[in-house]
Write a protein that binds this ligand. Structure first.
Ligand code: ARG
Length: 463
């Protein structure tokens, strides 16, 4: 009969079906590294306050490191009788050290232990995600650099609107991922408060030193309320919200590039290495990576929903429901990590189809708003200018020509404020050059932004 840590109070063995139903080792084994690190910090603190001798502490630290090594190398046996990673490690310690192993859980509960482990794991995950986001930003910066002088049609409502420089377009994504990094950093700061020492829910009567544990584990402070922190999972909801926005950003980008790689758009050339074919239609080349990045957003949004519903209505303090928090956390972190990695691969390999894009820039009156602003500078009220250009666009449509093709007489007939210098505002190239506001697609603005991002991010994987 496998011994349970709560065996003293129990007369009967746990039903096998209950063990199967309640175990978490099948997924929380991923916490082993952080569980060991947390236990070592805890043992060192117990020695500092005299609850363990120095020699006892050294033995515990030594064996914990051994166990960590065995788990890392896949040489450690797991079984559901020991429920979770915490009980596995503690029982291995006791198997090797006897009564000394039975001292490690002094002034600690699995409630504050698991909260600490999950925080440590999440903190590392945030740091890794930050690196992946920076890699993707660098890939977009390199993409911006290789398409420096290319003009794209900018869209609203998926209708041609105004011209934008390709680097302006690429840097829009760099900005989104910068906000994602900032949000994760902010979440990390709020997360970084030590639960350990809260014990089961009320703290402990033993003379522990939580400050020193916080320092050793890199926490910025110690949680001030044991009841709160032993069951708090706000940091998971926050992390998953941050990840959901990353996934949403990736999904919008993926959707656009799927569209851009169609015959109908023909804007984007994806390398064969990131596409797949069809088993029946020999000509097909499909953007499956982009489609899966878009599709996997569903899982990340789902993970956030799962945690929000999981913590809804839980009374204080720890409830076993909380064991379920790790599944959505792990899944969302894994999903977003692989999506970010693959997104960088796609961005690094993609090329815009310059000829196709440039040859159709004359369609859609991308210079209409520039012409209206030209009129404003000539003293025409904005609403009047809007109407005038609207009428000119209609005229062009009936004549099947561009605004730049209209003779000056026709332009002046529509609005006498128009002079010969209007030619400087017509045509897509001129329209782009006419921009000047901060943050606009004006060439000097864009090149300043590009230089600033390069300096901030350094060289990319393919930059
Ligand atoms: N396996 C549990 C979890 O992941 C550990 C904490 C169990 N605490 C308890 N009081 N049963 O949440």
């Amino acid at each position: 009969m496998a011994e349970k840590p709560w065996g003293g109070r129990f007369a009967a063995q746990t039903d096998r079906r209950v063990e199967q139903f309640t175990e978490s080792i099948s997924f929380d084994h991923r916490l082993f590294e952080h569980d060991v690190v947390g236990s070592i910090a805890h043992a060192r603190m117990l020695a500092r306050v005299g609850l363990l001798t120095e020699a006892e502490c050294e033995q515990i630290v030594h064996v914990l490191s051994e166990i960590r090594q065995e788990i890392a190398e896949g040489r450690f046996p797991f079984s559901i009788e020991k429920e979770d990673i915490h009980m596995h490690i503690e029982s291995a310690l006791t198997a090797r050290l006897g009564d000394l192993g039975r001292k490690l859980h002094t002034a600690r509960s699995r409630n504050d232990q698991v909260a600490t482990d999950v925080k440590l794991w999440t903190r590392d995950a945030i740091d890794r995600l930050d690196g992946l986001l920076a890699d993707l930003q660098r890939a977009f910066v390199a993409f911006a650099d290789r398409h420096r002088d290319l003009i794209l049609p900018g869209y609203t409502h998926l209708q041609r609107a105004q011209p934008v420089l390709a680097p302006h377009y690429a840097l829009a994504f760099v900005e989104k991922f910068a906000r994602d990094r900032d949000r994760l950093a902010d979440c990390r700061r709020r997360l970084n408060v030590l639960p350990l020492g809260a014990a089961a829910l009320a703290g402990t009567t033993l003379p522990i030193d939580r400050e020193s544990v916080a320092r050793e584990l890199g926490f910025d402070s110690v949680a001030a309320n044991s009841l709160d922190v032993s069951s708090d999972r706000d940091f998971l909801a926050e992390t998953l919200f941050c990840l959901t926005l990353v996934a949403e950003h990736l999904s919008g980008w993926a959707e656009e590039w799927i569209l851009w790689s169609t015959q109908e758009f023909g804007f984007l050339l994806l390398p064969d290495s990131v596409c797949t074919g069809s088993s029946i239609m020999p000509q097909k080349k499909n953007p499956d990576v982009l489609e899966l990045i878009r599709g996997r957003t569903a899982r990340v949004v789902g993970a956030l929903q799962t945690v929000l519903v999981l913590i809804k209505g839980l009374p204080l303090a720890y409830n076993r429901d909380l064991q379920e928090d790790k599944l959505p956390l792990f899944d969302a972190v894994d999903t977003v990590s692989s999506c970010l990695e693959l997104a960088a691969v796609v961005v690094s390999g993609a090329e815009l189809n310059r000829d196709r894009i440039s040859s159709r820039l004359d369609e859609g009156f991308l210079d209409a708003t520039t012409l209206m602003e030209y009129l404003i500078l000539k003293g025409v009220p904005q609403r009047t200018g809007h109407e005038v250009v609207g009428r000119l666009v209609s005229l062009c449509e009936s004549r099947r020509c561009r605004l730049a093709d209209l003779p000056l007489d026709d332009l002046r007939a529509a609005c006498p404020a128009i002079d010969e210098d209007v030619s400087g505002s017509l045509g897509v190239e001129n329209a782009v050059k006419a921009f000047r506001s901060y943050g606009s697609t004006a060439p000097d603005q864009v090149s300043e932004q590009l230089t600033a991002w390069k300096a901030k991010l350094g060289q990319g994987p393919n930059g």
